[in-house]
Structure formats: structure tokens, C-alpha cells
Design a protein. Structure first.
Ligand code: WT7
Length: 643
């Protein structure tokens, strides 16, 4: 909070920026008219009649307007004569490549849409997508969008059990998966998990992309190969136009209970904000930039800043299948050099990993094509921010720290690279058209220098339209905390500095942020107690120098279960990986005799966090039994395990 360094925009960038400081004034003069102006960046088959219909907490944007999202992302660019422009420079982990122009993308999306129709998918049907980072993931999402069939992409790192829960909640009819993808030099099977997930559900067809060529189980009558069904389709598909509020996707994210929330996004407003923010924050020049968002399509970043925003803006982008250290730790920089990447968007945890690997790795590559760097997913510490600017950006490239959420659909708080003097560690200010504030417990805005909760004070076009199948949970989770003011509660703590800039301080609820992935403490706890050895579990996120937070679990064993130290920890970690996915494996598991609880029986995670972070204990007076903490401390360290 005492950060005094400022980095003004480079003159060349500022002089040619897509968006200038005037946008703030235009948006504050008339916020709705401002968003209407941005919506006109898209092609509409029929104009909207009402820009915003706001019946708190339910919003409809651009009602009466009709559009096709896939046509906006692909066809209109081909029609305008850009068919030969590269849309995707795809790089497989083993080094195989595919170059997909906008004309080719149109063909592939049309073929996939025709195939999905043949397999019985109709507008409104839910399609699950469980794919590695291959072009077919993009084709599939756009084919669904083209048909008005909402997709639900599940990150390939989630387990069969996690996929099954999402398939069932979405009541999906079809699943698109692959024989696998390449990860860390090996084929990584997805099909076996997909089979386990769909057994006994409403999924009628499984469309399987052949990627690795590995032998995988195949169920005749239900499973069909992409190469058999999609490749033979016509490259012509006449698009249907849908209302701006047609559901576009459901994306599951962790909340404070064990059941993930299906965040629902719709079409016109979402695409407007994804495209506008991509244009404004990344300053994309479609004729010259090469843009790379190193996220996975399984997360919202991949939805908004690989698929929908960049393609709506006719970006040429890099898409990479694998991990940053395969086959060597310079793989990212080799890709930047090879394709002349000019804009790179990645997460703080990745940046800190690169810092750990050493300055000499990026120094071995020509990174002079870069002109803009972005960060997302968790607070970026000033040290990592400066390293990113110096060692990747050559000390001359602006770094934009972008705050948003699965729920917000698109970037909300971020510098504008041609306008803002950037401050290391701060996401700074709400974008034009966005209204955010930091408020105290009673919902009153804090003065400069004060801290509190981040809220969004006006509806925005990309906002979630609800939680799939659970309107009550939607109202309760986001709109009840500051109901009197009608503010959206983001779940993040924040501070306003003396300039009024916003600093994000992490979650204030029982949600952890591990490597930029959102994981609920309750979800991991319920996975742990489903293991036969565990009677009770409490999970906290402890500060971790690389991953932001690490998962630390305190478990009470069942009578008869032995504390086998590292063996037990390994068993429980595997159990969590099976229940949720490897990303949710606890960093550390501590066997304890008791858990600290209040008189009403609520676990005091704050005290466990103190233990996990080796701090002296905070206030213990509300504990039902204050000797519990001595018992826990006496047992440290117990079973633990690391990857
Ligand atoms: C949570 C949302 C947005 C795409 C990736 C994560 C944290 C996100 C930042 C940032 C500080 C950030 C917040 C937020 N977060 N970006 N720039 N600075 N914190 O999406 O999984 O929906 O998680 O990630 O805690 O609430 P998500």
C-alpha cells in the first residue's frame, strides 16, 4: 500500500491507443448510452428496443435485439474480406502446429454446428465440453453458440466425479471430449473419466476428438468420433439469430458450499463487454498484433479472452496446448519469439514460477515483439509485477492488472494502457461504464486510505444472469450482503489508496485462490470426509509464495484409522484428486485430535490459518474450548505431503 512507483504509458502506445481518457467522461455522462455505443461494435440482425431492463437483481441487456454470437466472432470477418487472416496459431505440446485462418475457422464451426444438429442438439440444449487446449475446443464452443445451445466447458483437470456433478446439474444431452491431450510430454487420457462421468446420466451422445491416438474405451451407439461425424459435414450452415438474452454458456465455479455454482451468461451484453474490454484493455490492433492469452478454455479467462472477446475483435492469436516447462522452461518465450507475440495475458502464479526458474531463461529469447502485458486471477504482488515488466517486458512494456470474476463475465477493474500511469500491485480503477466501490460493513464507501469490501454499484452488460437452476442462491450469494444499497458483493476485500486506486486483498469468504483457480474450503472438506479414514475436516487457504494460496487440511481420523504419516497424507491427497481434481489436492494435511469451534459449533478457520501460516494465534476468546489450540499446536508438524 506504500507503493510509490508509477509507470506512465509509452508515448507511442498512448498516441495510438484504442481508448483514451475521454471514455471515462463519456461513460459517466450516460452509462447506458456508453454501453449502447459499445454494443454497436457488434453485428445485430435486429436492433434492441431496451438497452437495460433492471429489476434487481435481474438484468436484461439489449432486449429485443437479435444476433448470432458465432457470426460476430467469425463470419462477419470473412465477409469483410479477412478470410485469409490467421485466427489461431495453434501450438501442440509435442511441437506439432496448426494454422487456422478465419475462413477455415468458419468452415470448421459450420461443420461442427451441422454435426451437432445431426446428433440432435437444438437451441437451448446444454452441451458439455471436456477437452484439452486444441482448436476443436474453440470450434465446439462456437458451434454451440451458433446453434443457441449453451455450452458448459469443464476444465480437463477436473475429475470424473466433478464432471458428473456438472453434467447432472446442467442436464446435458451431449458431451464433447477427446482421447486425451498432451501434458508434460505424455498423452493425458480424458475419455476414461468422461465415460465414468456420463454413465447413467441424460447424456445421449459423446463426440470424441482423436488427438493423441491412444487406445481409449469406446461405447458403440453412444460414442462417435469427431473425425467420422464432423469432417464429412457441409461447410455451409445458415445461422439462426437469437435474442440478446439467449443463454450462451454455463460455467461452474466454486462457492462457499460443497456444490459448485453454474454461472449463467447470455449473449448480447456478454459479447459487448468481452469485446469492448478486450479492445480497451489490450489495445488490440487486429492487422498487426499477435495476441496470446495463456489461460485454459476451461476457465472464464479462456471463454472471454481466448474465444469471445478476441475473435469478436478479429484478433490473430496463439493457442498453446501444454505446460510452460515442456520440453524446457523457456517454452513460453520460445513461442513469443516464434510468433512475434505482441500482447501476453497470464496469471501471477505463472509469473512467480518464471521468477523462480531464473532471469536467464527469458533472457535467452528475443521478446522485443511484446508491447503489452496483462495479469489476472489473483492479486499480483509488486515484486512479481516489476519482474514481469523488467524481464519479460524489457523495462518498457506496460503491465495491466485486471480484476474480474467468472460472475462478472469480463474485466471490471484495470488500468487503460494508453491512459493510466500504472502502479505495481494495484488493479487501479473501474473501467469506463463500470461502477465499483470499496465499502465498510454497513455499505458506506470508505474514504481514501480505507479498507473494506469490494462492491459493484451498478449493473453491467456482462454480468451473470443467475445461477443455473437456483435463483435463490443467486440473490442470496451476491445481493443480500448489501441489500439496502442494492450492491453486488464480490466476496473480495479491498483497499482504496490516497489516489482512490483499488488494491485487491483476496477473498473474504471461505473461497481459496490456488494458482488463480477458485476452490471452496467446504468442497475440499466434503471430499475429505467422504474418505473412509476421516471423521471431520477443516480446510484453510494459507499464503503460498508461488501459488498465492496453498490448501492446508486439518483432519480428525475415525476411530480405527491409523495415522500412517506420509502414507495417510498421500492417500487423502489422492482421494481429493479423485473427488474434485488434482488442482484441489491439499498442500499439507495435519492430523489433529480436535478442531477449534465456537460455542455455536462453527469452525474457526481464522485460527487454523494462523497455525498454517506459523503465526501467533489471534483472539481465542470465542472458542468453545480454548485448550484445543494447544492440542493442535502440539501435534505439528504431522502428516504432510508435497507434489
Ligand atoms: C476471483 C475470481 C477473472 C478470471 C480468473 C479468476 C480473484 C481475479 C484478480 C486480480 C486480485 C483477482 C478475486 C476474484 N482475482 N483477478 N487482478 N487481482 N484478485 O476467475 O475463478 O471467477 O475468480 O479471483 O478474488 O473474486 P474466478
Amino acid at each position: 500500500m506504500r507503493e510509490n512507483r508509477r509507470f506512465a504509458p509509452p508515448a507511442a502506445l498512448a498516441g495510438a491507443a484504442n481508448v483514451t481518457g475521454d471514455a471515462y467522461a463519456a461513460a459517466s455522462a450516460d452509462r447506458i448510452a456508453f454501453w449502447e455505443e459499445q454494443a454497436r461494435r457488434l453485428d445485430w440482425e435486429r436492433p434492441w428496443t431496451t438497452a437495460l431492463d433492471w429489476r434487481p437483481p435481474f438484468a436484461r441487456w439489449f432486449s429485443g435485439g437479435r444476433l448470432n454470437v458465432a457470426v460476430n466472432a467469425v463470419d462477419r470477418h470473412v465477409a469483410a474480406g479477412h478470410g485469409d487472416q490467421v485466427a489461431l496459431h495453434w501450438e501442440g505440446e509435442p511441437g506439432d502446429t496448426r494454422t487456422i485462418t478465419y475462413a477455415r475457422l468458419q468452415d470448421e464451426v459450420c461443420k461442427a454446428a451441422n454435426a451437432l444438429s445431426e446428433l440432435g442438439v437444438r437451441a437451448g440444449d446444454r452441451v458439455m465440453i471436456y477437452l484439452p487446449m486444441i482448436p476443436e475446443a474453440v470450434f465446439s464452443m462456437l458451434a454451440c453458440a451458433r446453434l443457441g445451445a449453451p455450452h458448459s466447458v469443464v476444465f480437463g483437470g477436473f475429475s470424473a466425479e466433478a464432471l458428473r456433478n456438472r453434467v447432472e446439474d446442467a442436464r446435458a444431452r451431449l458431451l464433447i471430449t477427446a482421447d486425451g491431450g498432451f501434458r508434460r510430454g505424455r498423452p493425458n487420457d480424458l475419455k476414461t473419466a468422461a465415460d465414468e462421468a456420463v454413465a447413467g446420466t441424460g447424456v445421449e451422445k459423446v463426440l470424441v476428438v482423436r488427438r493423441t491416438g491412444a487406445e481409449v474405451p469406446f461405447t458403440a451407439g453412444r460414442d462417435v468420433w469427431w473425425q467420422d461425424v464432423v469432417d464429412r459435414q457441409s461447410t455451409t450452415h445458415v445461422p439462426e439469430y437469437f435474442d440478446a438474452e439467449q443463454p450462451l454458456f454455463i460455467l461452474y465455479t466454486s462457492g462457499t458450499t460443497a456444490k459448485p455454482k453454474g454461472i449463467l451468461h447470455t449473449s448480447g451484453g456478454y459479447l459487448t463487454q468481452a469485446a469492448y474490454t478486450h479492445h480497451a484493455v489490450f489495445d488490440l490492433k487486429p492487422d498487426t498484433d499477435v495476441y496470446w492469452c495463456a489461460a485454459d478454455v476451461g476457465w472464464v479467462t479462456g471463454h472471454s479472452y481466448i474465444v469471445y472477446g478476441p475473435l469478436a475483435n478479429r484478433a490473430t492469436q496463439v493457442m498453446y496446448e501444454g505446460t510452460p516447462d515442456t520440453p524446457h522452461r523457456g517454452r513460453f518465450w520460445e513461442i513469443v519469439q516464434k510468433y512475434g507475440v505482441s500482447i501476453l495475458y497470464t496469471a501471477p502464479t505463472t509469473i512467480r514460477t518464471f521468477m523462480k526458474w531464473g532471469d536467464d531463461v527469458p533472457a535467452g529469447f528475443d521478446l522485443s515483439s511484446l508491447r503489452l502485458l496483462g495479469s489476472v486471477g489473483e492479486p499480483i504482488n509488486p515484486e512479481a509485477w516489476i519482474w514481469y515488466r523488467e524481464h519479460i517486458g524489457g523495462g518498457r512494456v506496460p503491465v495491466v492488472d485486471t480484476w474480474w470474476q467468472t460472475e462478472t463475465g469480463a474485466i471490471m477493474i484495470s488500468p487503460l494502457p494508453g491512459v493510466t500511469a500504472c502502479k505495481p500491485g494495484s488493479a487501479q480503477a473501474a473501467l469506463p461504464g463500470i461502477a465499483a466501490d470499496v465499502v465498510d460493513d454497513s455499505g458506506t464507501p470508505v474514504p481514501p486510505g480505507g479498507g473494506g469490501y469490494l462492491v459493484l454499484t451498478e449493473p453491467w452488460p456482462g454480468m451473470l444472469r443467475g445461477i443455473w437452476g437456483d435463483p435463490g442462491r443467486y440473490a442470496d450469494t451476491y445481493w443480500s450482503r448489501f441489500a439496502d444499497q442494492g450492491y453486488y458483493f464480490a466476496g473480495d476485500g479491498a483497499k482504496k489508496d490516497e489516489d482512490g486506486d483499488v488494491w485487491l486483498l483476496g477473498r473474504v469468504d471461505d473461497v481459496m485462490n490456488v494458482s488463480g483457480h477458485r476452490i471452496s474450503t467446504t468442497e475440499v472438506e466434503s471430499a475429505l470426509v467422504s474418505a473412509p479414514q476421516v471423521a471431520e475436516a477443516a480446510v484453510v487457504g494459507a499464503t503460498d509464495p508461488t501459488t498465492g494460496q496453498g490448501i492446508v487440511a486439518f483432519v480428525i481420523l475415525r476411530g480405527g484409522a491409523a495415522d500412517k504419516g506420509a502414507v495417510l497424507a498421500a492417500e487423502l491427497r489422492e482421494h481429493v484428486a479423485r473427488e474434485i481434481g488434482p488442482i484441489a489436492k491439499p498442500r499439507q494435511i495435519l492430523v489433529v485430535p480436535e478442531l477449534p469451534k465456537t460455542r455455536s459449533g462453527k469452525i474457526m478457520r481464522r485460527l487454523l490459518r494462523d497455525v498454517a501460516e506459523n503465526r501467533s494465534l489471534g483472539d481465542v476468546t470465542t472458542l468453545q474450548d480454548s485448550s484445543v489450540m494447544d492440542l493442535i499446536s502440539a501435534r505439528l508438524p504431522s502428516a504432510s505431503g508435497e507434489d
